[in-house]
Design a protein around this ligand. Structure first.
Ligand SMILES: NC(=O)c1ccc[n+]([C@@H]2O[C@H](COP(=O)([O-])OP(=O)(O)OC[C@H]3O[C@@H](n4cnc5c(N)ncnc54)[C@H](OP(=O)(O)O)[C@@H]3O)[C@@H](O)[C@H]2O)c1
Length: 259
């Protein structure tokens, strides 16, 4: 399989790393020459491209993995061979310039990527989308090279999955950051929370999360809620978050007690 990766950021790096361990031939292009040089140093089996004309490559798959708001600009900067399937890796974007190239699709890895983290591709759902059975097969083959599970999803489903991912991953991480800062201010190592947080996440995937909700809000323990709000007197934004989430917990209730 001949795969072109456009971009040199977090996702591109991990895709190149994983694909370069497979049987695929990997070609890379990007605007950042320093990043390209570093990638070549790390993965010498890849070919760095210097041209925006990709037609001679006859690639099976071109993966555009750049910042969300420039995906459509970048799409039109290249010339592809007609048979090449061109995809992006975004959970929210859609290709709009279908006149430029018609073989388009999506290859969105539902995972968080940082340069320094290790990606477990076998545990990374790939949300794929393409207009024809043949193109879907190309994406399935690419997912196979990564040993990743894949799921065919349409644009609307991806929008909701992305929203859910923000709520559960980005927001949860932000709350962890807030908790870490609070504890650090009082000279407490936030790792003290780790067993509790890990058990909470594990439990939320064995039963419906509402069924295993605990804490002062679900118990309607107003005196504890008031004490916590008093501790946050100098953190008005966090106080607001605390109030809003407590209200939401009270509104959704506990499925177990509602049964
Ligand atoms: N990071 C994640 O956890 C994650 C997870 C799933 C999907 N995604 C999606 O994957 C895509 C890439 O995300 P990322 O986290 O890898 O981004 P990133 O690390 O910020 O890298 C962005 C890439 O886009 C390039 N770029 C930015 N502006 C450009 C422009 N005007 N023209 C050409 N190239 C440009 C950057 O080049 P320079 O270095 O020159 O700026 C860089 O190569 C996005 O669609 C994102 O939504 C990300």
């Amino acid at each position: 399989m001949r795969i072109v990766v456009i971009g040199t950021g977090n996702v591109a790096f991990h895709l190149i790393q994983a694909f370069s361990k497979s049987t695929a031939s990997i070609f890379v292009h990007g605007r950042n020459k320093t990043a390209l040089k570093l990638l070549y140093g790390e993965f010498p089996s890849i070919t760095i491209l210097s041209d925006h004309d990709l037609t001679p490559l006859n690639a099976d798959l071109v993966i555009i993995s750049v910042k969300d708001d420039v995906i459509n600009d970048v799409l039109t900067q290249y010339v592809y061979s007609g048979a090449s399937l061109v995809v992006h890796t975004s959970g929210t974007q859609t290709f709009t310039n279908t006149a430029h190239h018609s073989n388009l699709g999506v290859f969105y890895p539902l995972q968080t990527f940082s340069r320094t983290s290790i990606v477990q591709w076998h545990n990374t759902p790939l949300l794929i989308d393409a207009s024809s059975e043949n193109n879907l097969q190309i994406l399935e083959k690419a997912a196979g090279l990564l040993h990743a599970p894949y799921f065919e999803t349409n644009a609307e489903q991806r929008r909701y999955i992305h929203l859910a991912a923000v709520l559960t991953s980005n927001f949860a991480n932000h709350l962890l950051g807030q908790a870490a800062t609070l504890l650090q201010k009082h000279s407490i190592d936030y790792h003290i929370l780790q067993p509790l947080v890990e058990a909470t996440i594990r439990k939320a995937f064995t039963k419906h999360p509402y069924e295993v909700q605990t804490g002062p809000a679900i118990r309607n323990d107003q005196s504890t809620l008031d004490k916590h709000l008093a501790l946050l007197i100098n953190e008005p934004l966090l106080q607001k978050i605390y109030n809003n989430i407590s209200e939401s917990i009270q509104k959704t209730g506990n499925l177990e007690t509602n049964l």
